[in-house]
Design a protein around this ligand. Structure first.
Ligand SMILES: O=P(O)(O)O[C@@H]1[C@@H](OP(=O)(O)O)[C@H](OP(=O)(O)O)[C@H](O)[C@H](OP(=O)(O)O)[C@H]1OP(=O)(O)O
Ligand SMILES: Nc1ncnc2c1ncn2[C@@H]1O[C@H](COP(=O)(O)OP(=O)(O)OP(=O)(O)O)[C@@H](O)[C@H]1O
Length: 460
């Protein structure tokens, strides 16, 4: 196992972070186990961190790292993701041991490099004894473009309510969410629509790239849907000339640089099978929509309740979606259950979304499927590119396309309730808006005409 405890904080360089983790690339003295790798560490909210500092100041260095399981992303990738995504599109991951005193020094050293907006809400989780070492996708002699594409499909109408069907089958979730965010005061205005990026159509993918670029420029690189790195350096628009080989960019304005960027990025995006794989997975794993899933939860609960409490008129209250139901298994899935789920998902016996039964087995299947779909809706794609030329050329030093997917962490059952609430909020806000039409290039023509999931009136 690579030993990061023998490295100093200055042997690492801050790369970037998301809501849950923070990533550093190794820049210290050459050692085969660490060269070309990044360290991905879990974060914790500052309030939670303070609580832990107070209560458990004493024992972290002495605790045995073996007592802590590996970061869930490792097992999830090895046992699940590798069955769904070809290995060449996944980074290599391995577990490493860390220690509180090492993390403390590390965190103090690197905190100033973090964006203020992140620094005031969370910090490296000092209680963790394990981190993840991964292939460094941004740190070499190339341009790395990271796109967080988000939701790739329009909801299937099958289980939608009459109130939401019109909206959800016309406008994609990302565009509706952008509208809500704008209403809530977000300055990050974007015209990007994921359905363009996932369309497979050159003009539409170019449109998506230009929209991402414009939002990147307008936000001064603070949007989370597009990040650009040159030799590991996170770029802002004022540093765009670093995207070019030599000094070709001199005299080019941001519009011309955006054109060069789009005409270079379009090639790997058109060629890679990864976008289509992600879009198919998202769609196939979420055939019910959160609304259908919620109806299935209620119906399953009421069906079992009525069987259990035969003859009784008293109807139990519904457990919120994803909560602890007394009527069926609703715990967070363990890795062995994920493996069984994937066996079923890959078989001909998988439950039919057009004919869902209110049984604990079908419900459990669609719950896990939804969680897995959520992982693919929230992952990012990193594309390795040659440095730009002012006028696009077909030759390049990066011989084969490298398009890799990152952030494939498992999502938790406990998120379902929040997702249901957010979905309702997004659609409610959008119903009053001037609705745009998003074109889903891969929508299957057949859809079931009427909902099979009717919650009994007295229970709805
Ligand atoms: O709900 P969404 O679509 O806004 O996605 C969240 C992301 O917001 P985004 O829309 O990309 O700006 C959000 O991204 P940021 O932290 O805002 O960069 C997280 O990825 C979050 O996942 P988790 O809670 O860290 O597991 C994401 O939450 P999940 O819905 O994937 O749980
Ligand atoms: N293997 C890698 N090589 C280089 N950079 C990486 C790698 N993995 C992650 N990063 C960088 O670190 C950032 C944070 O990682 P990641 O997206 O996995 O975090 P997260 O907290 O899970 O994100 P989210 O908020 O989407 O849940 C990424 O956006 C990317 O810029």
């Amino acid at each position: 196992m690579a030993n990061v405890l023998q490295t100093a904080p200055q042997d690492w360089k801050y790369v970037s972070e998301g809501g849950a983790t923070i990533v550093f690339s190794y820049v210290g003295p050459s050692q085969p186990a660490l060269d070309g790798m990044v360290l991905r560490l879990r974060k914790t909210a500052l309030s939670a961190a303070n609580l832990v500092h107070e209560v458990r100041e004493w024992d972290f260095d002495s605790a045995d790292p073996e007592d802590e399981p590996d970061d869930p992303s490792i097992e999830y990738q090895v046992k699940c993701m590798q069955r769904l995504i070809p290995a060449e599109h996944l980074p290599r991951l391995q577990t490493v041991t860390i220690r509180r005193s090492w993390l403390e020094a590390f965190s103090v050293f690197h905190n100033p490099a973090r964006p203020e907006g992140r620094r005031i809400v969370d910090e490296v989780d000092l209680t963790k004894k394990k981190g993840v070492l991964a292939t460094d996708l941004v740190g070499g002699h190339w341009l790395a473009v990271e796109i967080k594409p988000k939701w790739a499909f329009l909801a299937s109408p099958t289980y939608l309510s009459d109130e939401t069907k019109g909206v959800k089958t016309q406008t994609c979730r990302f565009c509706m969410h952008t509208h809500l965010r704008t209403q809530q005061g977000s300055q990050e205005i974007t015209e990007y629509c994921p359905l363009d990026l996932f369309s497979g159509d050159e003009c539409r993918i170019l449109k998506a790239i230009h929209s991402l670029w414009n939002a990147w420029v307008a936000s001064n690189a603070t949007i989370n849907n597009l990040k650009i790195f040159a030799e590991g350096k996170f770029l802002t628009p004022s540093e765009c000339q670093l995207m070019f080989a030599d000094r070709h960019a001199a005299g080019l304005d941001l519009k011309a640089i955006g054109d060069a960027f789009a005409s270079t990025l379009i090639q790997p995006l058109l060629r890679t099978p990864l976008l289509r794989i992600l879009s198919d997975l998202q769609r196939n794993l979420d055939p019910l929509d959160i609304e259908g899933l919620s109806k299935l939860w209620k119906l399953t609960e009421s069906t079992i309740a009525m069987q259990t409490l035969q003859g009784s008129d008293s109807v139990p209250p519904y457990t919120p979606l994803g909560g602890r139901s007394p009527f069926f298994q609703s715990a967070e899935p363990h890795i062995s259950e994920w493996i069984d789920f994937l066996d079923t998902y890959g078989s001909t016996d998988r439950p039919d979304a057009a004919n869902v039964k209110p049984s604990p087995e079908d419900l459990r299947y669609f719950l896990l499927a939804y969680l897995l779909s959520a992982t693919f809706k929230d992952c990012s794609v990193v594309v390795k590119l040659d440095f730009l030329q002012p006028y696009p050329q077909s030759t390049g030093t990066i011989s084969s396309d490298s398009v890799t997917v990152i952030d494939l962490d498992p999502k938790k059952m406990s998120k379902l309730k929040g997702w249901e609430k957010l979905d309702a909020e997004i659609v409610r806000a959008y119903a009053l808006a001037n609705q745009k039409t998003c074109i889903d290039a891969w929508k299957s023509p057949q859809s079931v005409s009427s909902s099979q999931l009717t919650v009994p009136n007295r229970l709805s």
